[in-house]
Design a protein around this ligand. Structure first.
Ligand SMILES: Cc1cc2nc3c(=O)[nH]c(=O)nc-3n(C[C@H](O)[C@H](O)[C@H](O)COP(=O)(O)OP(=O)(O)OC[C@H]3O[C@@H](n4cnc5c(N)ncnc54)[C@H](O)[C@@H]3O)c2cc1C
Length: 377
């Protein structure tokens, strides 16, 4: 065990996920990158293996595990070098479905959770809009009550799993006050709800990303998720789970980049010896490794504090800022030591370099995270 926070059970989970990745992901994921999405069959297999509802009630197919176990899962998943596959799964497990888990009524959970944990129902979360990303409260999508229905109007942008999702958790303004917003459950196929565009990205190629359009989309009144006008606080609460998962992904990418690079520099000869024999190369790798290992322990520490019921907003914001920047430093440094081959499509280090970029932007850009830290001094 390489952290005081880890137990033998965590190790078994990590090995189970590693076997799944070796068997079901790595041999196929280059084709998914070309296709632009991860097939839903993969999530179904993960559901069958009991991997998609770790934190959720056992009555709905979950394992009632804590935030540390959930982190072990996210980090183990992030041993894959395919960020698009990882984010497809982590949006489902750690970013979208937690809205149902935290705020759903018994009836909503009974209806939807079994599909979530079995991987039959793919989830997405729609907060970001063309005019409002970091500034969540600046959103323009509205929901107005009409009899037994809510009527949604607006557009959501950059929504992961947006094209192939089945169930969407959508934020909309429900009052004139700046923070008056609510969360809603919207099923695929609801009249007035369309997937506007499938978006092409620089990285995360095996995840689908969409624009969603709501045009007088009528949903039943009981599809309000949580309390009316309290959606902003639900979004902020769920960001803590999301940001720990994104930190796990960043640490996972950095660890994989270092592993690939150590193999490469030991093998590659230049000027009469291996690249590893050059002091400038191996010292740089050692420093990047030191930073990555420190960040990894900080990630575990944040998840442990969640299990203790502590307020972690400041630390998780630090963690998101730190790991989002660090993964870019590490992956770029590692790519440098791969030389020209590191710039070639199909090379894992080149993919990690493209996939890492968004980790400093999505789910809370670095600057915004640092402001959240500073506000709490
Ligand atoms: C591939 C991808 C997948 C995504 N998936 C989802 C999803 O599933 N669901 C969803 O709702 N959203 C999703 N997002 C949206 C993502 O969370 C936002 O892109 C992010 O929050 C930043 O918002 P923005 O793009 O509108 O940038 P803006 O808010 O316009 O900010 C642009 C930049 O300005 C700087 N900045 C912003 N505010 C401040 C400030 N206060 N101080 C200093 N600098 C600042 C930052 O550098 C920031 O990167 C996804 C994005 C991408 C790229």
């Amino acid at each position: 065990m390489d952290s005081i926070y880890l137990t033998p059970e965590h190790e078994l989970l990590r090995e189970q996920v590693a076997r799944f990745i070796a068997r079901e992901v790595e041999p196929h994921a280059l084709a998914w990158e070309e296709a632009g999405f991860t097939p839903r069959e993969v999530l179904r297999k993960m559901g069958d293996a009991g991997l998609l509802g770790l934190m959720y009630e056992s009555a709905h197919g979950g394992a009632e595990a804590d935030a540390l176990t959930n982190l072990v899962f996210a980090e183990a998943l992030s041993q894959s070098t395919f960020g698009g596959f990882i984010i497809t799964v982590l949006v489902h497990t750690d970013m979208a479905s937690p809205h149902l888990h935290h705020a759903g009524s018994a009836a909503q959970k009974a209806k939807y959770m079994p599909g979530v944990t079995s991987g039959r129902t793919i989830t997405a979360v729609g907060i970001t809009e063309p005019g409002a990303g970091s500034d969540v409260a600046g959103m323009r999508t509205t929901a107005r009550r009409e009899g037994d229905h809510w009527v949604l109007n607006g557009t959501k942008l950059f929504i992961t799993n947006g094209v192939r999702g089945d169930l969407y958790f959508i934020a909309a303004k429900t009052g004139s006050a700046r923070h008056a917003m609510s969360m809603f459950i919207v099923e695929k196929g609801t009249p007035g709800f369309t997937v506007g565009r499938s978006l092409h990205k620089g990285g995360w190629s095996s995840s689908d990303t969409a624009e969603l359009v709501f045009d007088d989309c009528r949903i039943p009144a009981d599809h309000l998720l949580g309390e009316e006008n309290r959606g902003f606080y639900s979004v902020m609460k769920n960001f803590q789970t999301e940001r720990i998962a994104l930190a796990a992904m960043a640490v996972g990418h950095a660890t994989q980049a270092l592993r690939l690079t150590l193999d490469h520099v030991r093998d590659r000869q230049a000027f009469g010896s291996s690249l590893f024999d050059k002091q400038a190369v191996r010292q740089r790798i050692a420093m990047l490794d030191a930073k990555t290992r420190a960040a990894r322990q900080f990630t575990y520490h944040c998840a442990w504090r969640v299990t203790q019921g502590h307020d972690v907003v400041q630390e998780v914001s630090m963690l998101k800022a730190l790991t989002g920047e660090l993964v870019n430093e590490v992956v770029q440094g590692c790519q440098q030591f791969h030389g020209g081959m590191g710039y070639m499509r199909g090379m894992p280090i080149e993919r990690l370099w493209r996939d890492a970029r968004v980790l400093a932007i999505g789910g809370g850009a670095t600057e915004v995270m640092l402001d959240e830290v500073a506000k709490r001094y």
